[in-house]
Design a binder for this molecule. Structure first.
Ligand code: HXC
Length: 259
């Protein structure tokens, strides 16, 4: 499959998606969202891929949804556009693949929202993160009003949403919005190292864990714990459980097959 606004690379079990509209700081227009939805499904269905990385070309991660395109939208078009963004975020969240965001620069608006739909977030010291929609007379429309408070708590989230302020990577790390701050020239190396580490784990378990956390956080605790019991017991029907425990007892490293 060939794409116009994104670059896709598949290597050693890792699928890397690079948003490639540097002339507009990788702003997400309708076509880019559609391509992203397609590529996320493509990686999902590719048995050779076990971890995915999302990053941006040149100096930005994503400077938000495309304002030039949004400026022309009526209510119905805005609803469809918001729906498209939500569809993408849900595909990422519901994916069997752990998604790592490598935030190389601006992650604003829709960029911050895409970053938050990922499972692990590494950011370069050049990153600037925020939800500046309020400055455009709108509010976030790809899940920012919902995912941000779930990640950093509602007091801090409301401050960022109401002021539109942008924070740097260090502050994002301090408030628990990202996992790690990395020097720009080391960002992809560190991201790939992390992806490689996750690749050594059981792919069954990485998908179980992702599903449990993402589903569980949105439902009540007793129901979420019931989900955990179900997938914990299902783990004992996998080859990886046998391999993991046998390897421990044989004092060797496990070799997981994702089965
Ligand atoms: C369209 C954008 C853009 C965007 C930047 N550009 N962000 N075009 N949509 N979101 C374009 C600029 O118009 C400019 O084009 C080129 O990219 C370079 O940007 P500059 O502004 O010249 O760069 P700089 O001075 O370095 O400033 C960087 C910046 C600024 C601080 C990131 O570009 C900025 O504030 N961008 C908008 C950020 C934003 O508000 N994001 C939220 C969008 S709303 P030209 O042609 O002049 O070279 C959103 C809603 C999501 O995301 C939900 C929708 C349902």
């Amino acid at each position: 499959m060939s794409y116009k606004h994104i670059i896709v690379e598949k290597k050693n079990g890792i699928g890397t998606i690079t948003i490639n509209r540097p002339q507009v700081l990788n702003a997400l227009n309708r076509e880019t969202l559609e391509e992203l939805i397609t590529v996320v499904q493509e990686l999902e269905n590719d048995p050779t891929i076990h971890v995915a990385i999302i990053t941006g070309k040149e100096k930005a991660f994503i400077a938000g949804a495309d304002i030039t395109q949004m400026q022309e939208m009526n209510t119905l078009q805005a609803k469809k556009f918001g729906g498209l963004g939500h569809q993408l975020m849900q595909h990422i969240e519901n994916s069997r693949l752990p998604y790592i965001a490598a935030v190389n620069g601006y992650a604003l608006g829709g960029g911050c929202e895409l970053m938050m739909a990922c499972d692990i977030i590494l950011a370069s010291t050049h990153a600037k993160i925020g939800q500046p929609e309020i400055n455009l007379g709108i509010h976030p429309g790809f899940g920012g009003t919902q995912r941000l408070p779930r990640l950093i708590g509602k007091i801090k989230a409301k401050e960022l949403l109401l002021t539109g302020d942008t924070i740097d990577a260090q502050e994002a790390y301090r408030i628990g919005l990202i996992n790690k701050v990395v020097e720009p020239e080391k960002l992809m190396e560190e991201t790939e190292k992390l992806a490689q580490k996750i690749l050594t784990k059981s792919a069954v378990q990485t998908s179980f864990i992702k599903e449990l956390v993402n589903k569980g956080i949105n439902i009540d605790l007793p129901s979420a714990n019931t989900l955990e019991i179900a997938s914990f017991s299902a783990s004992f029907a996998t080859e990886d459980q046998k391999e993991g425990m046998t390897a421990f007892l044989e004092k060797r490293k496990p070799l997981f097959k994702g089965k």
